[in-house]
Unconditional design. Structure first.
Length: 635
């Protein structure tokens, strides 16, 4: 033995024969098997850098190799584990799916002794686990979903299932329950075929005994119970309730007594037709036109009517107008408190509803005018209705003006505004004033010099004709004030002639406004006629500034009118103006110009003449050039 190594005792069983000394090389067995995320793997594979290429090579080799012996895997997959990829890497996200069913026994039922329950079997290749799921079915009454949760399932002999244990057409026993495999998806078929295990053709599911039972007695489904006529020649028939009661006590099935509606319920569950309708009862006392919503349930042919609560309708909200139930087409009067039963053909069905028609709701005529989108599409798909037949009907009525009581004629007491308030309310209110005019027209007063004139019905004395008055018009409220300036030695005391108020036109309820006031106009004030002679400077300026309102102050309108009148009278107009210029100066005073135009037959008002003179006499000399005026007229 070499120095450094402990001596081995020379005893039987302790003597070893080594090919080389212990100091030259150790014989330690390294750890190669480890767990990563709960999966077994080898450390040697962790250092493999070309893992994608090895996965592809291993997969291609597995697909090309055939199955050998009695095992499921091919011989190429049984090679040395040092060159084999781990199963969780090779078969990541690869799941085999088989369709099948199992039979569940049913006791205490005369319709079926077992029930067919369809399932889907999932086998996960990455860890050889599996789970069984049962697709959920509406209204089945059976808890459905995950039937067997995912885990590694053992056979009856204690070993685990592998993909070779599943094949279309075979049976699989899992925990004492036998599953029949009838089909597989395309990936499963390709995967199994690549490994030499072809799958059989898809097999049909066996018929459910309860469906077979219903098909056998299908001639009774939907048949109305026996009925009798109430009287000879009567078309109204009702069910013999006592006979149905006796048959039910003797064990007759309910679907034979009242028709089998289970299939209708399963096919049309949660399908509701909605119509908007109105009930017009305005022909009766205190009647009204009220909107409603009608729901027709396809699952059991029941009808409910709901009331639409409108704002400010004055009615308490009672949403349920007719509770859900069959709606008879004809109201049957009965002397009992129990609701009578009706045959299916005596009640409304989906084919009886159409937009634009009336339906009888317990003696009340409801007009159908619109439906929702689902209802329209359902009628188009099932009954062949067109878009025109399902178009909504316009039920809007023309809005009539609110009737107002006729205002009686003015009786002469008080003002018209005050008397009108007595007709509008029991408690009279002050007349409303125009705040816009009060704010914008305040302190704007038009003043005119007026005098009394004779009329055909009223003559004045010479003293009254010589009197002069000041008429003040207040723009803020259209009121007028007439004041008479005092004149010495006339024998008439001056002062306020008319209190400030609105002046109404003769035999009318219309008042005089600023449009009626201009120089040369006449107004009648309490049977006295006044002529407007002059206006102050403020009034003339204000009217000229707003000539779009005061037409008499618009000289452009006057010139266009004179041009239209001068046509054919050019020489007469020129001659009359030259004749009025007695001094031959080529200019005329305002009064001479006005007299010359009037002598030539031209018509205009006194206020228009004043506005024209103010426009032409720019230098305030009191004279107007004849040539300048004729130039305006185009002469």
């Amino acid at each position: 033995m070499s120095g450094g190594a402990p001596p081995i005792p020379k005893l039987p069983g302790y003597t070893v024969c080594l090919p080389q000394s212990l100091s030259d090389k150790g014989f330690k067995k390294g750890q190669t098997l480890t767990y990563v995320n709960g999966y077994q793997r080898e450390d040697a594979l962790a250092q493999v850098k070309d893992l994608p290429e090895r996965i592809a090579q291993a997969t291609d080799g597995a697909m090309a190799a055939g199955a050998t012996g009695t095992g499921f895997l091919p011989a190429s997959m049984m090679q040395d584990t040092a060159t084999k990829l781990p199963q969780w890497v090779e078969n990541d996200r690869k799941v085999l799916r088989f369709y099948g069913y199992f039979k569940e026994s049913v006791v205490e039922s005369n319709m079926e002794n077992h029930r067919i329950r369809k399932v889907i079997l999932y086998y996960y290749l990455e860890d050889d686990s599996m789970h069984v799921a049962e697709p959920r079915q509406d209204n089945s009454g059976i808890p459905q979903g995950v039937f067997i949760k995912r885990h590694r399932v053992t056979r009856d002999d204690g070993s685990f299932f592998n993909p070779g244990d599943f094949s279309v057409g075979d049976t699989v026993s899992i925990y004492g329950r036998t599953f029949y495999l009838v089909d597989a998806d395309s990936f499963t078929r390709e995967f199994m075929a690549a490994r030499g295990k072809e799958q059989g053709p898809p097999l049909p599911y066996p018929g459910d005994p309860v469906d077979v039972y219903r098909a056998t007695f299908g001639m009774n489904r939907g048949r109305a119970p026996e009925a009798r006529e109430d009287s000879p020649g009567s078309t109204t028939r009702r069910v013999n309730d006592f006979k149905a009661y006796v048959e039910a006590r003797l064990g007759k099935p309910s679907h034979l007594l009242d028709g089998d509606r289970l299939r209708q319920f399963l096919e049309n569950n949660k399908k509701v037709l909605r119509f908007w309708c109105v009930w017009d009862e305005r022909t009766t006392m205190y009647g009204d036109r009220r909107p409603y919503v009608l729901h027709y349930y396809l699952e059991d042919d029941s009808v409910e009517v709901l009331e639409i609560n409108e704002n400010n309708s004055g009615r308490d909200p009672f949403p349920v107008f007719l509770k859900r139930g069959p709606l008879p087409k004809v109201v049957v009067k009965t002397n009992t408190t129990l609701n009578p039963k009706f045959r299916k053909d005596q009640c409304y069905n989906a084919g009886d509803f159409r937009l634009g028609l009336f339906i009888n709701v317990l003696g009340r005529d409801f007009y159908l005018h619109d439906a929702d989108t689902f209802t329209k599409q359902w009628y188009k798909d099932n009954l062949g209705y067109t878009d025109e037949e399902m178009s909504p009907v316009d039920i809007k009525e023309p809005i009539l003006p609110k009737p107002r009581a006729a205002v009686p004629a003015y009786n002469g007491y008080g003002t018209i505004e005050d008397s009108l308030q007595n007709c509008l309310s029991l408690v009279p209110k002050p007349p409303k004033r125009d705040l816009h005019k009060l704010m914008n027209k305040d302190k704007i007063i038009l003043r005119f010099v007026v005098r009394m004139v004779d009329t055909d019905t009223h003559k004045h004395s010479a003293t009254d004709l010589a009197r002069r008055f000041i008429l003040s018009y207040f723009m803020m409220d259209d009121s007028n004030l007439i004041f008479e300036p005092p004149v010495r030695n006339t024998g008439i005391a001056g002062g306020k002639f008319l209190e400030r108020q609105k002046i109404y036109k003769p035999r009318s309820e219309e008042i005089y406004t600023y449009l009626d006031l201009y120089v040369g106009a006449t107004i009648e004030v309490f049977n006295r006629t006044f002529e407007l002679l002059e206006a102050d400077e403020y009034t003339l300026t204000y009217m000229e500034n707003y000539k779009d309102i005061f037409v008499m102050a618009d000289t452009d309108v006057l010139i266009r009118s004179l041009k239209a009148q001068v046509g054919g009278k050019e020489d007469a107009v020129r001659s009359s103006l030259i004749a009025a210029d007695k001094g031959g100066s080529g200019s005329l005073s305002g009064d001479d110009l006005e007299a010359g135009l009037q002598s030539s037959g031209l018509k205009f008002t006194r206020h228009q003449a004043i506005s024209l003179k103010r426009r032409l006499d720019k230098n305030k000399t009191g004279t107007i050039s004849i040539e300048e005026f004729l130039g305006l007229l185009g002469l």
